[in-house]
Write a protein that binds this ligand. Structure first.
Ligand code: SDX
Length: 393
């Protein structure tokens, strides 16, 4: 019981809060964005459709969509001085470290024009965040591989523009691949929001003090980086590479059950889902599509599929209700698309920005909202008198 704490107003005593944005039924493996099933959005929609839905609560009409796409497109560039900001990082800095720093630095550029009591400025800040995250993420990637930054191209859709900024080089024309763009867009949709996960709760708590929204998103990025959360996609691929072949799976399944062994099956288990994570199914299908398109026969996919098959029929995993989560297949997919493992969580952060900012906006616009103030169950020393240094034993 020590260290237990309950949240103050804005959160009920169970540490939860009220929201209209995303619904999860962990027992049934259901995920709804504003009431629409993730499977239907991933199939029929695109990421900016999803951003509009999460921000405004309804799917956009064609006219609303056109206007929204234009507004996002017009904010994709970052202040030119940001490129100098990057020069301060070591070349081998983890891209997530760069993202925490550079997104936080955005508050220095837009702090004066972010009066969060003004609904228009709240929406502009939200759109700026959605628009600039891919640009900063691509800059972090380019910086880490020593290539020149590529500017956003306004004639490209969101996902293609991001891939262009990551993989195009000034000396060659960029050839977009519609299959990979669609896969990237779908991966963004799958990661867009997930109710009160650790990073979203971080953004809400930071934002409850009235802090600048760009700084709040930087706090969310920091929380997402952890291997138990968004860092699991990078950890899952490293785990599959360590297992290496199908015949070594039983040894790792055994280790994951051993309480004295810190090994966990990364990409498995979830705080809420006690059933198959609906995103994992769509991720697996996307993984097959991408591998087929790029003509890769990745042995790690065989290891992942066999690991899933064995785990889903294993009594321990059945009893603990452990299923693959969104991070299990994403690493194989992203590596096939050309991303290094240390970029996987950055891509998760690009997608999750709309969820973070939609939840931040919902909280700020709640008239009953107060600053979050987690309480605690105190288990330290009872009152005692101070002892001068010479008298201490
Ligand atoms: C994300 O919250 C969100 O919504 C997050 C997210 C989002 O979109 O924002 O969905 C994204 O973070 C997905 C989760 C990614 N993390 C991983 O894949 C890391 C590996 N997973 C585990 O670390 C773990 O499953 C957690 C951290 C995700 C959840 O940990 P819990 O709360 O301990 O899991 P649980 O309560 O469901 O565990 C039940 C039991 C426990 O054993 P007992 O204490 O009951 O004996 O299962 C065990 C756990 O120890 N267990 C595992 C396991 N995950 C849980 N055993 C082996 N391998 C695992 N992966």
């Amino acid at each position: 019981q020590t260290g237990m704490f309950t949240y103050d107003p804005g959160f009920t005593s169970t540490g939860s809060c009220e929201s209209k944005i995303t619904y999860i039924d962990g027992d049934e493996g259901v995920l709804l964005y504003r009431g629409y099933p993730i499977e239907q959005i991933a199939e029929g929609g695109d990421f900016l459709d999803t951003c509009y839905l999460l921000l405004y609560g309804e799917l956009p009409t064609s006219e609303q969509k056109l206007d929204f796409v234009k507004r996002v497109t017009n904010h994709t560039m970052v202040h030119e001085q940001m490129s100098r900001f990057f020069q301060g990082f070591r070349r081998d800095a983890h891209p997530m470290a760069i993202m925490v720093g550079s997104v936080g630095a955005l508050s220095a550029f837009y702090h004066d024009s972010t009066d969060i009591s003004d609904p228009t400025q709240r929406m502009i800040a939200s759109i700026r965040m959605i628009a600039k995250m891919p640009t900063l993420a691509a800059m972090a990637f380019k910086y880490s591989i020593g290539q020149p930054f590529m500017y956003p191209q306004n004639d490209l859709d969101y996902a293609t523009n991001f891939l262009q900024m990551c993989f195009a080089v000034p000396c060659e024309p960029y050839k977009a691949n519609p299959i990979l763009s669609k896969a990237m867009d779908r991966i963004f949709i799958l990661h867009a929001d997930h109710e009160q996960n650790a990073s979203t709760s971080t953004v809400r708590l930071a934002g409850s003090s009235g802090a600048n929204p760009f700084a709040c998103i930087a706090a969310g990025i920091a929380s997402l980086w952890g291997p138990a959360h968004g860092g699991a996609n990078e950890a899952a691929l490293k785990m599959l590479a360590e297992i290496g072949s199908v015949d070594r799976i039983p040894e790792y399944i055994k280790r994951s059950k051993d309480k004295n062994d810190s090994f966990r099956l990364m990409g498995f288990g979830h705080r809420v889902y006690k059933h198959y994570d609906p995103r994992a199914k769509i991720m697996q299908q996307t993984c097959h599509e991408v591998l087929k398109e790029v003509g890769i026969n990745d042995p790690l996919l065989d290891v992942a599929m066999e690991l899933e098959r064995i785990a889903l029929s294993d009594d321990y995993f059945i009893e603990k209700k452990l299923y693959p989560n969104v991070d299990f297949y994403s690493g194989i997919t992203l590596r096939a698309m050309g991303f290094p493992t240390d970029m996987f969580t950055v891509l998760f952060a690009v997608a999750r920005t709309v969820g973070w900012i939609a939840q931040w906006k919902e909280m700020i616009e709640d008239p009953a909202q107060k600053i979050g103030r987690p309480r605690q169950l105190y288990s330290g020393a009872t009152r005692r008198d101070y002892v001068a240094e010479g008298k201490r034993k």
